[in-house]
Design a binder for this molecule. Structure first.
Ligand SMILES: CC(C)(COP(=O)(O)OP(=O)(O)OC[C@H]1O[C@@H](n2cnc3c(N)ncnc32)[C@H](O)[C@@H]1OP(=O)(O)O)[C@@H](O)C(=O)NCCC(=O)NCCS
Length: 178
């Protein structure tokens, strides 16, 4: 006998290359996510570089997240990464990180780096959950505030460390002078 309730459909997220016509939605997410958002020109300037890649997360033809990163010889470097405000905590950011991790290999690029503002606790907790660890601090890194930046790193062989507990008393609890 049927219970009468229909099972909840999980919205599928597709992760694909960013194209020019995605930009209005990407800029909207950028503006709701950062106090000093990139402009259209900032994105274009960055994406014109040969080693710079833009990707978007899409659900039902709506752009719900994006990431911009650089390819270096031995690593990926995330330059910009955000999810639409109303869809946060639904796994989109995690899926984008997984896509990046998929691109790593022991032989070639085996780590991902990014800088996070010291007051951006949401991002720190998110990347912590994705097994990124703080490895260094850049003092007064930004033009628009006196904030420091934490350099976070994911290493391919660090996944075995996934169960180590996070101490909220020390946001860079796993400082390891690289
Ligand atoms: C950081 C950000 C990208 C996370 O994206 P998201 O899609 O919300 O992340 P997910 O839903 O995949 O989160 C996965 C897990 O990370 C952790 N997490 C994510 N956001 C968190 C938060 N605000 N506080 C605590 N933990 C958080 C949780 O463990 C979460 O799992 P749960 O929801 O089952 O508890 C998003 O908050 C964002 O766009 N922020 C503004 C832009 C930004 O700061 N970008 C990073 C620049 S360095």
């Amino acid at each position: 006998m049927s219970s009468g309730s229909t099972p909840k459909q999980k919205t599928e997220t597709q992760i694909r290359w960013l194209i020019r016509r995605d930009m209005p939605e990407v800029l909207q997410i950028e503006q709701e996510s950062f106090q000093s958002p990139w402009t259209d020109e900032d994105f274009l300037c960055c994406l014109r570089q040969r080693n710079c890649i833009g990707m978007v997360a899409e659900q039902d033809q709506r752009i719900v997240g994006f990431m911009i990163y650089e390819l270096h010889k031995t690593r990926l470097h995330i330059l910009n990464f955000a999810v639409a405000k109303d869809l946060r905590r639904s796994g989109v950011g995690g899926q984008m990180v997984l896509r990046l991790i998929d691109k790593l290999s022991q032989q070639r690029r085996n780590e991902i780096l990014l800088e996070v503002r010291e007051r951006n606790l949401d991002a720190q907790l998110f990347f912590r959950e994705q097994n990124f660890r703080a490895i260094s601090v850049l003092r007064c890194h930004y033009d628009d505030t006196d904030e420091d930046a934490y350099i976070l790193r994911f290493r391919l062989d660090a996944t075995h460390d996934a169960t180590s507990p996070y101490s909220p008393r020390n946001r860079i609890s796993e400082y390891d002078a690289a």
